[in-house]
Design a binder for this molecule. Structure first.
Ligand code: EPZ
Length: 418
């Protein structure tokens, strides 16, 4: 298993590029199953989860051809509408093929996604939505089967709680359903709007994507399209926090500043200053002194849960006490025990972490536990005294493209050891 070896205390300066968004790429890859024509996708990040999804859609019958910056995909035939356990157990987002497979072939069999490090993460809302569109849902031998032999019929879906992939799954199911579908209490994340952009290019009729009510008029079939996905707002946010701690200055390139406004507001409250040299660039330098600020994660446009771990690492370097509340997932503080080993002063109480700073972190051997916790450890290591070794960096490879090369390119002392 690969490790990262990081020598702390070095500034990061210059331009660091942002890749396409992993969480936009996953649903758009699944969406290619909705047409027999070729769909060309660009700005797709080369990360493990994307390779897993490409393998999954290939296993159901799609022809997947990598090209520079993305894939050309043609699902001329869907030979077996099944997402096997071996693939689903490595990536929960495999449930994103449920909607497209039922819409395309009238049937889908998806292994029940097990829990994951950050929480139970059930898909009950996805299944309830499919039932509203006329699918029959059964569960056997650890597999969910969704069956709609006469096709899906439009309906009204109200999500009891906001779900990002649930919204995406049902949008993909509804575009080929007969009649109108309304999705209420839909997720507002930019990745939802990006998926709607692709589906519309493919001939779908969607209104309101990016708002809490999405209306879809079903059509009989979709055609091919070309689509470049949005930049990764979480990768961009991760680099902004690295810059706030060690930037001299750091310029994050290829970002959409509108997608990181909640993070920028919160970082400004902590004393970080930004400049915007171009509409897709944000410059940030190490703040003289950081102030402790409180935070509660929220669905978009609130502060992203995927940025909580990285922000918490930054609060170890702020003066004062910061209360960080995680409202989306039930177990998303796995990074805390590792930060404590680096000398941080943090106490946990349920979904609340209290961080007292400023503490001088010291390099240590630590272990990555999930994607964003790993990013938090990299950030902490950049500012720690001495050398940090991070084990199990396959977690970070799931969602960050060549992160050690990108950080080394701006002066960080980081290398990967096999
Ligand atoms: C998406 O996960 C993202 N993944 C996650 O990013 C992100 O943390 C999350 O949204 C929240 O923003 C992708 O887009 C591939 P949810 P998703 O459904 O859709 C509960 C990363 O680090 N829930 O919005 O799975 C659920 O347990 C990953 O890139 C149900 O109870 O999240 C959670 O508590 C991690 N039943 C809450 O809702 C359901 O049927 C929000 O989950 C669905 C969800």
């Amino acid at each position: 298993m690969d490790t990262f070896i990081i020598e702390g205390g070095h500034p990061v300066s210059g331009e660091i590029p942002v890749s396409g968004a992993k969480n936009a790429a996953l649903p758009v890859l699944a969406a290619t199953l909705l047409t027999r024509d070729e769909v060309s996708l660009e700005r797709i990040p080369k990360v493990r989860d994307i390779r897993t999804m490409a393998n999954l859609i290939e296993s159901v019958g799609a022809e997947v051809t990598p090209n520079d910056g993305g894939y050309r995909i043609r699902a001329a035939e869907v030979t077996s509408p099944e997402a096997p356990y071996e693939l689903v157990k490595t990536m929960r987002a495999s449930s994103l093929v449920l909607g497209p497979l039922v819409a395309r072939c009238g049937e889908a069999r998806v292994s029940m996604p097990g829990g994951c490090a950050i929480g139970a993460r059930p898909i009950n809302l996805h299944l309830a939505g499919l039932e509203k569109l006329g699918a029959k849902i059964t569960q056997e031998h650890g597999y969910i089967r969704a069956h709609a032999p006469h096709g899906l019929k439009g309906g009204v879906i109200h999500f009891d709680r906001i779900t990002v992939t649930g919204t995406e799954d049902l949008m993909m199911a509804a575009v080929l359903a007969e009649g109108e579908t309304t999705i209420e209490n839909a997720a507002l994340e930019p990745e939802v709007a990006d998926l709607a952009d692709l589906l519309t290019k493919m001939g779908a009729r969607i209104e309101g994507a990016g708002t809490s009510t999405i209306r879809i008029q079903g059509v009989s079939e979709l055609h091919g399209a070309t689509h470049a996905i949005i930049p990764d707002r979480i990768e961009a946010g991760t680099f902004l926090i690295a810059g706030a701690l060690a930037g001299d200055p750091l310029t994050v390139c290829g970002v959409n500043p509108n997608h990181v406004s909640a993070l920028i507001d919160k970082m400004r409250q902590a004393g970080v200053e930004f400049s915007f040299p171009a509409d897709d660039r944000i410059e940030v330098r190490a703040a003289g002194t950081l102030r402790a600020v409180d935070l509660a994660t929220k669905e978009y446009p609130g502060f992203a849960t995927d940025m909580q771990a990285q922000f918490l690492a930054m609060m170890t370097q702020a003066q004062g006490e910061s209360q960080i509340i995680e409202t989306i997932f039930e177990n998303r503080f796995m990074h805390v025990s590792e930060l404590l080993r680096m000398g941080a002063d943090i106490t946990l109480d349920g979904n609340r972490a209290t961080v007292r700073g400023k503490t001088q972190l010291s390099g240590a051997r630590v272990m990555a536990s999930d994607l964003r916790a790993s990013a938090s450890l990299v950030i902490a290591a950049l500012t720690a005294q001495g050398e940090t070794v991070i084990d199990r960096v396959y977690h970070i490879d799931r969602g960050y493209e060549r992160i050690e090369e990108k950080l080394r390119g701006v002066g960080a002392k980081i290398r990967r050891a096999r």
